[in-house]
Design a protein. Structure first.
Lengths: 207, 722
């Protein structure tokens, strides 16, 4: 969705920095504690170090601040699914290629398996659950229903978030643009025809 | 008089049945609030993961679990094999670990010590000679990998080939593919004293409890199965698997609920695949293009069992009077097959109808004309004939077809069109229903069935609401539990007929009881009454509202049970025909094939829901595009491993890869009057043949083996397969 790392907003960190940091901390914490690790390794510019121990963080999800205690290695998808019981983001491919775990982070569609939970502290996370309740249903949900942009429904929340993000960024998109812009999500049942109609209609409605 | 007869109303007179009705569970699915097995997080749930065999064939030499048991967060470690056990394919489950978090389960797996003694393996599914020569042992004994599945002879094939005007000989192939259900196989298990509660990702809610009984020593009556939503099955999710039993065992030993879902690579390695089929074919026709003879030998693998598609599948659909068919199964160290949407049909269709298309080219005939001339050799010529005409019009076949390789393409990009035909049964399975009419007029339907994505809930709600003349919101449908009346498994396109038949009959019977009460109350003839728009009418006269009528049943709900339908009742039927056409653009410099347009014309008897039926057909086309163009299980002969068992390298089409899809239903009164027939399988059968035929039409040569990857296209253009 946004492979270009330079588009990332602070506070964030890139994966290489994280791996350097966490690796160092893990090695050292076998002999000492995380505070020592911070001191033992000379700080390098732009590199953040993290202890391997669980830490309490606040995630802003669907407009609410939620506390979770997770190790730095815990992915956003797993924190959402297992700690916050927000299971609309599905764990399908194990390797960031299917889009079923798509959520919005600060309005942009992101595979939630490509972010660590601690990485998105301070950012606004939106999951598909927020689009439908007893009192209100987002138009995009009903548009998916109208065009039957689903069969088994397992990829559907990921697609809904991808469409939401895509249309936010590309109001009035053509069918061809929708096809290209939504190539990051896979459906096995073959609901692409309905999803495309829903995406196109949503894009035309987008101011 | 309103005739009281079990059945459907005449075509055109339903208000809901046959309509384009959005699915009733669409909002909860689209918003991710629908809870699949994969999403079960009851308090205290532990996460379980499997360690699986990296070897295709090996003996377990050592298992040491001590370190793993001591890993932080690990609650239970279970060996699923013993030292000395023989492993017969990669991905074979070895160890299961349950832990407080999935990350801890991974840590535990890394601490397991397992050693294997590898044994010689064989995974080359296309290579029959290699399989015959392979020196393989099983349980220490020499194992012959190939076995004949029989020979089938009708008429005098040799004579017919010798006297034919045109004869074509060719080799064709369809490698194995996997189901690739986006929700992997797995379960969430919890014990409550002696009762086992399972959320199981299954196509068989009513039939799985008993599969827990034997391995666990639990009474089947104490096993509750739930599956409210299911993330794809395609034929691979009928059984309780070894890993599901392991999940229940882990729950037992830890005293906690446990969730165990396969990871993606294991899902692809062991949770089912579609058998491969390769064939040497000779086919012959007379000077007018009438098919006179078919001779074939097909082989392939379905894993360790050593079979391929059934002998009787060849030739597919077109049965000339002279034919000789032979089949050979190859046992391989590949994961075992499971039913894959329309079992055996897509492979047989591709092998047969590409060969027929090649014969048509040899005879100098338009492919469509060739198939048309031979329709009397099929099971349903009266359906295919009009469907072919409709498809040809929608594809503009007459303008687009050209002799092979002679299209007016621009530069390197060549266009072509192809056609294929298919059939499927789709008769109803055996399902029971409990239907309750409450005194306030709301209606409850309970069935131990499931929704694979077809729209089972929606179809049940539509049929019920139609029958009582009430809005669908007045109907509550409860499915997905074996605590509800037993229903058949959802496979083979049996569900929509299997549920809508009993529901319609039982709803009609309940309605008539209430109409009799209304007749007595209002002093009218019960046989003159009918329900529509939430009211009870006698001709043009309004008698009462539906709520008033329902109130006459007294304080308790009216509850009726209904059993499975029989074909004689006229609610359902079986055996449909469909026709598909493909238009492709092939770049002969790069070998890339793109779908320009697909046309599907499909018969399914009476259509319950046009919106959902359209999704089924376009979904079938897209799955067909997948196995025709990109999807393939690639086994490495040296290591015996499934080297593209991941989402990046196992290529599925994305939204931009499917071209324009045109879906047309064939529902004349004659087909409507047959009643409901299932639709899941038929539309996935023809795409392989239709697309391959279109590519041959575009580039002038046959690409003999699916999927039509750039390499295979370029090889065919270079004459590598001549």
């Amino acid at each position: 969705m946004d492979p270009d790392q330079t588009h990332r907003r602070e506070p964030g960190l890139n994966r290489r920095d994280f791996l350097k940091g966490s690796g160092a901390a893990v090695v050292v914490s076998a002999a000492a504690n995380a505070a020592v690790a911070q001191q033992a390794i000379p700080p390098q510019q732009g590199i953040k170090l993290f202890s391997a121990a669980p830490q309490s963080i606040t995630l802003n999800v669907n407009g609410e601040d939620k506390q979770v205690t997770v190790e730095p290695r815990v992915l956003l998808i797993d924190a959402l699914r297992n700690d916050l019981n927000l299971t609309s983001c599905k764990d399908v491919c194990d390797r960031s290629s299917c889009g079923a775990c798509t959520v919005l982070i600060d309005g942009k569609p992101v595979y939630s398996c490509t972010r660590f939970a601690i990485e998105v502290v301070g950012q606004k996370i939106v999951t598909a659950e927020s689009l439908h309740s007893q009192v209100a249903t987002d138009e995009i949900i009903n548009t998916f229903c109208k065009h039957d942009g689903m069969q088994c429904g397992f990829c559907t929340p990921g697609f809904v978030m991808a469409v939401r993000g895509f249309c936010n960024q590309n109001p009035g998109a053509t069918q061809a643009a929708c096809k290209q812009g939504l190539g990051g999500n896979v459906c096995r049942c073959g609901a692409y025809d309905g999803v495309l109609k829903a995406a196109y209609e949503t894009a035309q409605r987008q101011p | 008089m309103v005739e009281r007869k079990i059945g459907w109303a005449p075509q055109g007179s339903h208000t809901l049945v046959g309509g384009e009705i959005p699915r009733v569970d669409g909002q909860v699915k689209a918003s991710g609030q629908a809870k699949y097995t994969h999403d079960m997080n009851s308090p205290g749930t532990l996460f379980a993961k499997l360690l699986t065999s990296p070897h295709a064939h090996a003996k377990v030499a050592l298992i040491n679990l001590e370190k793993a048991k001591g890993v932080k967060g690990v609650k239970a470690v279970l060996a699923l094999v013993k030292v000395g056990d023989e492993i017969r394919y990669e991905g074979w489950p070895i160890i299961a670990i349950a832990a407080e978090r999935p990350e801890y389960a991974e840590d535990g797996l890394r601490a397991v010590e397992v050693k294997f003694d590898p044994l010689p393996h064989y995974v080359d599914e296309a290579n029959l000679k290699g399989a015959e020569a392979a020196e393989i042992t099983d349980a220490g004994e020499p194992l012959k990998l190939t076995r004949t599945l029989g020979i089938d002879k009708t008429g005098d094939t040799d004579e017919a080939i010798q006297s034919a005007a045109h004869v074509h000989r060719g080799f064709y192939g369809v490698p194995s593919i996997t189901h690739m259900c986006l929700e992997p196989h797995g379960s969430h298990a919890a014990w409550k004293d002696e009762d086992l509660q399972v959320a199981l990702s299954t196509q068989n809610v009513s039939g799985t409890a008993t599969q827990y009984a034997l391995p666990l020593g639990v009474d089947a009556a104490r096993v509750a199965i739930r599956c409210d939503f299911m993330g794809g099955g395609f034929g691979s999710k009928f059984a309780v698997d070894a890993w599901d039993v392991a999940c229940a065992r882990l729950a037992k030993v830890t005293g906690r609920p446990v969730r165990l879902m396969l990871n993606r690579s294991t899902e692809m390695q062991i949770a089912g695949n579609r058998p491969s089929a390769f064939a040497e074919v000779t086919v012959a026709c007379d000077a007018e293009g009438h098919l006179t003879a078919w001779e074939s030998h097909h082989w392939g693998t379905n894993g360790p069992q050593g079979s391929t598609i059934a002998l009787g599948m060849a030739p597919y659909l077109f049965k000339p009077s002279n034919r000789t068919c032979r089949a050979t199964g190859i046992a391989t160290h590949c994961g075992p097959e499971r039913d894959w949407r329309a079992p055996h049909h897509p492979q047989a269709c591709a092998l047969t109808q590409t060969a027929l298309d090649d014969l048509a080219a040899k005879a100098g005939l338009d492919s469509l004309e060739f198939f048309r001339r031979n329709l009397d050799l099929t099971n349903l010529p009266h359906i295919y004939r009009p469907e072919l005409e409709i498809a040809a019009r929608l594809m503009d076949w007459e303008t687009k077809w050209h002799p092979r390789g002679q299209g007016a393409g621009r530069g390197a990009v060549k266009r072509g069109v192809g056609v294929a035909l298919h059939t499927w049964g789709g008769g109803p399975h055996q399902s029971n229903v409990t239907l309750k009419v409450h005194p306030d007029g709301t209606i409850e339907v309970l069935m131990g069935t499931q929704d694979n994505g077809t729209g089972t809930r929606t179809c049940i709600a539509q049929v019920t609401a139609e029958t009582f003349g009430v809005p669908m919101t007045a109907v509550k449908v409860s499915i997905g539990s074996n605590q509800y009346p037993q229903a058949g498994p959802s496979g083979g396109s049996t569900t929509i007929g299997g549920v809508s038949g009993p529901v319609r009959r039982t709803a009609q019977q309940a309605l008539w009881k209430i109409l009799d009460l209304a007749a007595a109350k209002y002093g009218v003839d019960g046989n003159s009454l009918f329900a529509r728009d939430g009211r009870i009418w006698s001709g043009e006269t309004l008698i009462c509202t539906w709520k008033q009528a329902a109130g006459l049943i007294g304080p308790m709900p009216l509850e009726l049970r209904g059993g499975p339908v029989t074909e004689e009742e006229g609610l359902t039927s079986q055996q449909v025909g469909g026709v598909q056409m493909a238009e492709v653009a092939v770049d002969i410099d790069t070998g890339v094939v793109r779908i320009v347009k697909m046309v599907a014309v499909q018969d399914m008897g009476l259509i319950v829901n046009r919106l959902l039926a359209r999704s089924q057909v376009s979904g079938g086309l897209i799955m067909g595009i997948a196995y025709a163009l990109s999807e393939e299980r690639i086994m490495d002969n040296k290591t015996g491993r499934f080297i593209n068992a991941n989402f990046n390298d196992y290529k599925l089409p994305r939204m931009g890869d499917i071209g324009e899809l045109v879906v047309e239903f064939y529902e004349p009164e004659s087909e409507y009057n047959r009643g409901v027939i299932g639709l899941g399988e038929p539309p996935v059968i023809s795409p392989g043949a239709a697309i391959s035929n279109a590519v041959a039409n575009a580039i002038g040569v046959r690409v003999p083996v699916l999927p039509l990857t750039p390499k295979r296209v370029l090889d065919a253009l270079k004459g590598a397969n001549r």
